[in-house]
Design a protein around this ligand. Sequence first.
Ligand SMILES: [Zn+2]
Ligand SMILES: [Zn+2]
Length: 263
Amino acid sequence: MLTERVWSGNSLRNFHYLIACPETGEALAVDPLEWRLCLEAARRRGWEIRQILNTHEHTDHTGGNAGLRSATRATVLAHAGAAAKIGGIDRGLEKGDLIRVGRTVELECLDTPGHTMTHVCLYAHTDQPALFCGDTLFNAGAGNCHNGGDPQRLYETFVTQLARLPDETRVYPGHEYLARNLEFTLDREPGNEAAAQHLGTARHHDPAAAEVTTLAVEKRINTFLRLQSPAVIARLREAFPDLPEHPDARTVFVKLRELRNRW
Ligand SMILES: [Zn+2]
Ligand SMILES: [Zn+2]
């Protein structure tokens, strides 16, 4: 499997991805909002975009479908429940579906509600696995639930699906928010040295060359994967004095998400 991350350069800080078969050069584009940039990247690599996949229905992920489709005649894939909202979907996806790219690439569709209720992530069972996670998991953060989402469901997606993937899984989110999210981590857990180290680099990085994290790294720097941390819990109880001494992980997650909303 070949992967190219395409930085949008826009104010929403979108990341797009091309996933290609090394034997045939056929490629799938994930959330290609700035579709011309995706097309250029594919041409540079000698790839042909045959499929477009939307992780979810928000227009900052689907807005490039029409342009890229008319340029490539690619088929468009999205969560079956999002198809009517997006329009022009050729294949509705369900949990466990396999998406083939060329001869060699197989991606598993994960049904990952929370940011919206019809959100998919793609999981590649490659030597070093890869997760294309849209607006569910961000580098050092979690998606918001303002536009059709539910923090309880996002918690369940994190705990029962994403956190259980192998530690070496590479994390490819839909936006570049690393520095801002690390600042939140440090606000919640000021002694987190790994987060401080990553922030030192992320503050001045070129987003096009931003670090690709793994789940192992995320478990150190992402507050939403550190729900058992005594430091996170102690500080959370300062903000929410009614919390018990040993709150359950679900409560910690939902309260963190609430704080992040107004942070
Ligand atoms: Zn979104
Ligand atoms: Zn988005």
